[in-house]
Design a protein around this ligand. Structure first.
Ligand SMILES: *[C@@H]1O[C@H](CO)[C@@H](O)[C@H](O)[C@H]1NC(C)=O
Ligand SMILES: *[C@@H]1O[C@H](CO)[C@@H](O)[C@H](O)[C@H]1NC(C)=O
Ligand SMILES: *[C@@H]1O[C@H](CO)[C@@H](O)[C@H](O)[C@H]1NC(C)=O
Ligand SMILES: *[C@@H]1O[C@H](CO)[C@@H](O)[C@H](O)[C@H]1NC(C)=O
Ligand SMILES: *[C@@H]1O[C@H](CO)[C@@H](O)[C@H](O)[C@H]1NC(C)=O
Length: 757
């Protein structure tokens, strides 16, 4: 459990100062479903009229008021302490509360859960071609233009060409959302049909909030999903090509919840409450979210309500790899997305005075104006008053002498703070690295990250001459044969919150993605950089998540009636394994890299309904109030009996985590597939498994005679105790593939020994 607590320490609690009382803290008080008005409760429940909907909201607000005033008697204190009321998609409110008030609320029979609000962090051209979705791809633009993708992020910069609405008609009729025209935000159009901001938490509050994107992150993610096609996009000539979203005719609804100080649970939940009600089809959320359970996690709760309304939710897995147990956003009804690398990389050549040269990793937009520049090393330019035990090699803050750095390129080893070197008057950096990196970043000054073997040669050269010199050239793009590879930063499983799910589910491109940006921030996001552009390159699972959101929207245009889990199954079972096989590979990439075009014809799908998820929650030990966060009325686990099997969930991947290395492996998975391929088809099972794992599929032939016909099968995996048999092996990976020769439906099977903590 150590990893979780380490993560939690990074999240600072939001202290607020309402009512002059510094001990009050912001909490979310969750009260379940919107109460039905008497009239609609009497009716069958479906198709609530406007009037009844309104009355329900009033009921919810009344109930919230009663509950809050039961613990804070003073009317004005109660009013002041209330931060936000959620009345659209679920019944909840946020308030600044004292510890004893929290306790009393927890005991209130109308309250399901009270949890503290926390502050979360935000975690191109080429990527869609790379995913085999060329510009000329078969699309149904008419249907696609009816798809609305909701993005929870840092706002949107309308002046970026990617958000022009050329060729798009008015918003779809189902759209109920709004556009907040305020401050510098000039308004929406037929591409960006909604833009709202949420800034209710004092811990993240800003003086002039608006949906305007000052950070660029939200413009980047939303243009990756649905940005218009813009020819000739590039970052100062790098990554040149046509920038476009995966579904360029779809509409964007921006819900701005992230601010320079972070993204508050209070605002996240408010945005989810609105988005579900506004009529979005897909939600894309590139924000870090860890918690003790699905019950105190706004995304898990919000996305469950979204799922019930048929809304697909994609979330980023996090950027805490390659360590295990780092994956976030792992609820089974969320599609958890890790990051893969593209087949394009940025290399930056460097040459030193004696003629030797190499290429390093970085994104350097600067072209040299001279043939050579003076070169120094961190050791030579070291701050002479530095204490003995500190080494200047990393070029950390305070380690260098400005006089010795000014006007020079500095050679650093192991790392470098480029802004620091720039601040001292340094004109470039060569960083010598022992470990291999797979991700480069835009540098604030000319810089390149080279292999330490070359770094050592430079050291020897500097030693051998009185006036050492070097030059760093502008980066160029070259093919990367290793693609698709798993990005080292991408968070890995096992999932902490559920020991029966393989997470992340899939990976999508997340390394050096070119997409829209804001001119209100420099391309590196730092103040000392004077490069401003409407495009930039960014890396992170934040960038891979919108690729999956767009892929889901694309699949939905061809299969409007598919449930979110059917779409997820299609994307998972058609994904391709990554090239690089490591022992724990599937803990990084799940089912593999998405292949959106193949996902249109998955053949079979593993579908899941709301009740299946409730069964899963029961099996995971949720009951009583923690279960009521997700269910209506008083559904209890007795009404959703366990169907047996290891995970009780018809998930497209199979995962078994065992605790004791001495026990033999013997688990069974129950699965049911739905035929969405050809009416008459016969699917045969093919298993790939290592010698020490026996995987049997019963039956191993499924004969369908109708579309939408369901067939069940069992997968049994057996093996001797792992540690006793093969030294050191703690993971086994296998797969099941159903095929009728026209479709392949692949599921990863992964067995792992839980870390002995
Ligand atoms: C609004 O725009 C002005 C000028 O373009 C800029 O100085 C200011 O920082 C902007 N304010 C916000 C809140 O974006
Ligand atoms: C040099 O190091 C000393 C001791 O750590 C520090 O006080 C001083 O500020 C440093 N000088 C510079 C220019 O960073
Ligand atoms: C540089 O030269 C000095 C003495 O001339 C020697 O001690 C040192 O090892 C040399 N360093 C490198 C990196 O070659
Ligand atoms: C596994 O077996 C070994 C050797 O028999 C024993 O030392 C160890 O305690 C056992 N581990 C567990 C978790 O039971
Ligand atoms: C799968 O196994 C269960 C028992 O665990 C059994 O009841 C069921 O009939 C089996 N299903 C198939 C398709 O064989």
């Amino acid at each position: 459990m150590i990893t979780l607590f380490l993560l939690a320490t990074q999240l600072h609690w939001s202290f607020t100062h309402g009512s002059g009382d510094t001990f009050r803290k912001a909490y979310i008080v969750y009260m379940g479903e919107i109460p039905r008005s008497q009239a609609s409760a009497a009716a069958t429940g479906e198709g609530e009229g406007e009037g009844e909907g309104l009355r329900s909201k009033t009921n919810a607000a009344d109930l919230q008021h009663n509950v809050l005033s039961s613990v804070i008697q003073d009317v004005s204190t109660a009013q002041q302490s209330k931060i936000h009321s959620y009345t659209k998609s679920f019944n909840a409110f946020a308030a600044n509360l004292l510890p004893d008030e929290v306790q009393k609320l927890r005991d209130n029979e109308n309250v399901v859960s009270v949890f503290p609000s926390r502050i979360r962090k935000l975690h191109t051209t080429r990527s869609w071609d790379f995913l085999r979705m060329p510009q000329a791809l078969k699309r149904n633009h008419q249907i696609e233009s009816n798809i609305i993708v909701g993005v929870l992020d840092s706002g949107i910069y309308m002046e970026a060409p990617s958000f022009n609405d050329k060729g798009l008609g008015p918003p779809p009729l189902k759209w109920k959302g709004r556009c907040q025209v305020i401050g510098n935000f000039t308004g929406c159009n037929n591409k960006v049909i909604g833009a709202m901001f949420y800034n209710n938490d004092p811990a993240t509050s800003e003086p002039n909030p608006s949906p305007q994107d000052e950070q660029g992150h939200g413009s980047h993610t939303s243009s990756t999903i649905a940005g218009a096609s813009i020819a000739g996009a590039s970052l100062y000539g790098l990554a040149q090509g046509t920038a476009r979203g995966g579904v360029p005719s779809a509409r964007i609804a921006m819900y701005k919840v992230c601010w320079p100080k972070g993204c508050s649970d209070i605002d996240l939940l408010a945005a989810m409450d609105d988005a579900i009600d506004d009529g979005v089809d897909v939600l894309s959320i590139s924000i870090g979210m860890e918690s003790n359970g699905f019950y105190d996690n706004p995304f898990a709760i919000g996305s469950f309500h979204a799922m019930k309304k048929g809304i697909f939710t994609a979330c980023s897995a996090g950027n805490d790899g390659p360590d295990l147990y780092t994956v976030q956003n792992t609820a089974p009804w969320i599609m958890t997305v890790g990051a893969s690398g593209l087949d394009r990389q940025f290399l930056t050549p460097v040459k030193v005075g004696n003629g030797i040269e190499t290429t390093g990793l970085s994104i350097n937009t600067f072209s040299p104006k001279k043939q050579m520049y003076p070169l120094t090393t961190a050791a030579i330019a070291a701050n002479s008053t530095l204490s003995k035990d500190s080494t200047p090699w990393f070029c950390d803050e305070g380690s260098l002498d400005p006089k010795k750095v000014n006007g020079k390129i500095v050679l650093c080893q192991g790392g470098a703070r480029l802004s620091y070197i720039k601040g001292l008057g340094g004109i470039g950096a060569i960083v010598s690295l022992r470990e291999k990196r797979d991700t480069s970043f835009i540098s604030a000054i000319p810089a390149t990250y080279v292999d330490s073997i070359f770094g050592d040669k430079i050291l020897a050269y500097v030693n051998s001459t009185k006036f050492p010199q070097a030059v760093i050239y502008k980066s160029n793009t070259t093919p990367n044969a290793a693609a698709p590879f798993l990005a080292s930063f991408s968070s890995r499983g096992p999932a902490m919150l559920s020991r029966t799910l393989l997470k992340p589910d899939v990976v999508a491109p997340g390394v050096n993605i070119l997409a829209a940006y804001t001119k209100l921030s420099s391309v590196t996001g730092t103040l000392d950089d004077d490069r401003f552009d409407v495009y930039t390159l960014m890396s992170g699972t934040s960038m891979s998540c919108p690729h999956v959101a767009a892929a889901a929207a694309y699949v939905k245009t061809f299969h409007p009636n598919w449930s979110p889990s059917a779409i997820k199954s299609a994307l998972m079972t058609t994904a391709s394994e990554l090239k690089i096989k490591a022992a724990v590979a599937e803990l990084g990439y799940g089912a593999g890299q998405i292949d959106p075009v193949s996902a249109l014809q998955p053949g079979l799908i593993y579908d899941l309904s709301k009740f299946d998820y409730i069964r899963f929650l029961c099996k995971e030990g949720y009951s009583g109030t923690t279960l009521r966060l997700f269910t209506e009325d008083n559904t209890d686990c007795a009404s959703v009996p366990d169907i047996g099997g290891h995970d009780s969930l018809n998930y497209p991947s199979m995962y078994y985590q065992f605790q004791n290395p001495n026990t033999s492996i013997n688990v069974i998975f129950h699965r049911t597939v739905t035929n969405v391929g050809l009416k008459n088809s016969i699917y045969k099972a093919t298993v790939k498994a290592p010698r020490n794992l026996k995987v049997s599929v019963i039956p191993n032939v499924l004969a369908f005679s109708q579309l939408n016909e369901k067939k069940s099968f069992n997968v049994t995996i057996e093996g001797p105790p792992l540690l006793l048999q093969t030294n050191q092996i703690t993971h086994l990976s296998a797969s099941l593939e159903w095929s009728d020769t026209k479709h392949r439906v692949r599921s990863p099977i992964f067995v792992t020994l839980a870390e002995q903590m």
